[in-house]
Structures are given as structure tokens and as C-alpha cells.
Design a protein around this ligand. Structure first.
Ligand SMILES: Cc1cc2nc3c(=O)[nH]c(=O)nc-3n(C[C@H](O)[C@H](O)[C@H](O)COP(=O)(O)O)c2cc1C
Length: 201
């Protein structure tokens, strides 16, 4: 059975939704799945300035925080971060920056990896956020499995071949959520199929 860890950051809940879309697809595939959020770094003052942010913190309080062991345990990894001025959120970067120990022992080599993102604008840095994650993955000797253009759902969700990316409306709600869900399902299944060929049954 392929082991998958989904590591995500989300302030206002869209990234949480995307991570859950991946979890449902992976469970349907038959993978063993861990869903993990990264540690929040923002102060309460910032969180309380946005009701959606506080709501998401409360709604996800039972989701465990990601650890190095969650990464080394898995055969396949999914990372998801919203756009922060066109790069991944500092919370996700901090988590990645804490992985120097296992990285130096080569423990992330040959993990299969893919990534998602979201931004307020259709061109709010989605491709660059995903690339910023994949850059780290290449330093880890991980194997990036991007969706490319082999599944129609990718086109329907905006056509980002690097990884599914959502656009968030001015009310904070994800646009085309069903299309995003379908694209994440296909991206997750593709990752798991490739990983399964490597790790076996
Ligand atoms: C500090 C900060 C910087 C952001 N930068 C951008 C940006 O450059 N372009 C953009 O379209 N959206 C930007 N956003 C909007 C977020 O990407 C959007 O809120 C996020 O996709 C929502 O995801 P979440 O609900 O999972 O937190 C920014 C948000 C914050 C808080």
C-alpha cells in the first residue's frame, strides 16, 4: 500500500479544502494517508483580524501538525500553500527549513512529490508558488510528479500543468471549487500511480 502524507498551510480555509480533496482521492485509491498542517506562525492579533482565519484555525485544531517523521514515513508527498506575494507562505517555508537533519541523511531521496496552491487573482503567483516548492524538492532529490496536460480536469480547473491552482473570490470563497476538486483528484491519483509502480503493492 502506498503511503501518502499531505502537508498543507491555509489561513482562511481554501487550502484546507484542497488538502481534504486530495485526502478523499487518496483514500479512494487505497493509499494510507496522513493529513498534516504546518505550524502556524502568525500571532493571534493577525488571526483575529480576519474571521475566516480564526474559523479555519478552530475548524482544523484536531489536524496534527506535520513532523519530519511524517515525511520520512511516506512514499509520496503532497504540499499545498497559498500564494504570499508569489512564493509559498512563510509557515510552509519554516517547516521545510526545519528539515535539514533528515535531508542531510538523504531521507527524502526518491519520495514522489506534487503540489497545489491558491491565490486571490487568476495570475496571483500560482505557478511560481508551486515552482518554489518544487525547487526545494529537487534539492531533496525527491521526484516531482506534476499533472502536465494528460487529464481533462486540469484544463477545466484553469490549465496549470505544474499543479492544481485555485482562484479565491473577493468573498474568500474558492471559484470553480468542483473543477478544482476534480483536478486535485486526478493529480493525486497520478502521483499515487507513479509511486505505486516504484514501491510495489
Ligand atoms: C500576505 C499575503 C500576500 C498575498 N499575496 C497574494 C498575491 O501576491 N497575489 C494574489 O493573488 N493573492 C495573494 N494573497 C491572497 C492569498 O493567496 C489568498 O488569500 C489565499 O489563496 C487563500 O488561501 P487560504 O484560504 O488557504 O488561506 C495574499 C495573501 C496574503 C495574506
Amino acid at each position: 500500500m502506498v503511503k501518502l502524507t499531505i502537508v498543507y498551510y491555509s489561513s482562511t480555509g481554501n487550502g484546507t479544502k484542497m488538502a481534504q480533496f486530495a485526502k478523499e482521492a487518496a483514500e479512494k485509491f487505497g493509499a494510507e494517508v496522513r493529513l498534516r498542517k504546518v505550524h502556524e506562525l502568525a500571532p493571534d492579533m493577525a488571526i483575529d483580524s480576519n474571521p475566516l482565519w480564526r474559523q479555519n484555525v478552530e475548524a482544523t485544531k484536531d489536524i496534527p501538525e506535520a513532523t519530519s517523521e511524517d515525511l520520512t514515513w511516506a512514499d509520496a508527498l503532497i504540499f499545498s500553500s497559498p500564494s504570499r506575494f508569489g512564493v509559498m507562505a512563510s509557515q510552509m517555508k519554516q517547516f521545510l527549513d526545519l528539515q535539514g537533519g533528515p535531508w542531510s541523511k538523504g531521507l527524502f531521496a526518491n519520495k514522489f512529490v506534487t503540489a497545489f496552491t491558491s491565490a486571490q487573482n487568476p495570475h496571483g503567483g500560482q505557478e511560481k508558488v508551486i515552482e518554489s516548492i518544487y525547487t526545494v524538492m529537487q534539492h531533496w532529490s525527491a521526484i516531482v510528479v506534476s499533472p502536465g496536460y494528460i487529464n481533462p480536469a486540469t484544463y477545466a480547473a484553469g490549465g496549470n500543468p505544474y499543479g492544481t491552482s485555485a482562484t479565491i473570490g473577493s468573498d474568500g470563497e474558492m471559484l470553480q471549487a468542483e473543477e478544482v476538486r476534480a483536478a486535485i483528484h486526478d493529480q493525486t491519483v497520478r502521483l499515487l500511480e507513479v509511486a505505486k509502480k516504484y514501491v510495489g503493492e
